[in-house]
Design a protein around this ligand. Structure first.
Ligand code: HEC
Ligand code: HEC
Length: 227
């Protein structure tokens, strides 16, 4: 019986081959020299950089017109995407494409994008450095800060930091809000109130937003935009 050598498959798992290994492809031979981890990682890096390049091209040709190449849109009704959690960005793209998050602007755009690219688009935007906006009404921002950190027990509104983090940088549970355009924040809190974002992961926010009045929404937006 021929003696067998251990090499690796693409996932870094061991695999037996016969000593006639020089008949294998150049890539497999390289793997034997690099060891399992080396091959698995080099495959991964190639795949990731391909996806990243494709995402960057899509952003340059499609998304940047509204969201900016660095994900910091300059128009108050177009959300900033820079620094947002990658899973959140990918999920919202899926919700637009399923029609459960309604937007006359985003729906026809996502229809032109391959869902396989949603993840890399999320990674691209999350890696960009987010900016914040100047506060224009300090009194409103102060009221917003109190509401954000303490909630409004009398009306059953939880504090926002419980899910969005103390500095509104977001968490695994809820997306980054810090620095977002005030008008977009106001529009979305209304969209939750009116069931425009009518899908499972938005259920909590529909409950929260329905308990807020317009003055509270304005104050919260004024505070969050300056973070
Ligand atoms: C013509 C302008 C325009 C273009 C181009 C555009 N968007 Fe948007 N995008 C918007 C608007 C407006 C919204 C807010 C939609 C709403 O009302 O909920 C939005 C929302 C989003 C959101 C949700 C953000 C959040 O905080 O929930 C994501 C993610 C997004 N866009 C990604 C993309 C990607 C990726 C591309 C490129 C493939 C793109 N957009 C191209 C205008 C645009
Ligand atoms: C129990 C957790 C929780 C609490 C408390 C909470 N949020 Fe959220 N929030 C979420 C989740 C989850 C989402 C993402 C919803 C989705 O998938 O569309 C979200 C989304 C949002 C969005 C939309 C962001 C975007 O980019 O479109 C805004 C605005 C927002 N929250 C504001 C607030 C404010 C203001 C408060 C406090 C009054 C608050 N949230 C409290 C969980 C929470």
């Amino acid at each position: 019986m021929e003696e067998q050598l251990n090499i690796c498959d693409n996932n870094g798992n061991g695999q037996k081959i016969s000593p006639g290994w020089w008949r294998t492809t150049g890539r497999q031979r390289a793997a034997i020299l690099l060891g399992c981890a080396g091959w698995a990682m080099s495959g991964l890096v190639v795949a990731q950089s391909d996806d990243a390049d494709k995402a960057k091209t899509i952003v340059a040709t499609v998304c940047s017109a509204c969201h900016g190449m660095d994900g910091n849109s300059t128009v108050a009704t177009f959300p900033k995407l820079a620094g947002r959690q990658p899973e959140y960005v990918a999920r919202e793209l899926r919700e637009f494409s399923s029609g459960k998050r309604k937007s006359d602007i985003m729906a026809p755009i996502v229809a032109t994008i391959d869902p396989d690219d949603f993840k890399a688009l999320g990674q691209y935007f999350s890696a960009q450095k987010p900016t914040s906006e100047p506060v224009l009404d300090q009194k409103a921002a102060d009221a917003g800060k109190k509401q954000f950190l303490e909630g409004d027990e009398a009306h059953g509104v939880p504090s926002c930091d419980a899910c969005h983090n103390t500095d509104a940088s977001g968490s695994k549970r809820a997306p980054r809000l810090a620095g977002q355009h005030r008008q977009y924040l106001i529009d979305q809190l209304h969209n939750f109130q009116n069931d425009v974002r009518n899908y499972e992961s938005a259920r909590v926010m529909r409950e929260v937003a329905k308990r807020l009045n317009d003055d509270q929404i304005k104050a919260l937006a004024e505070y969050i935009t300056g973070l």
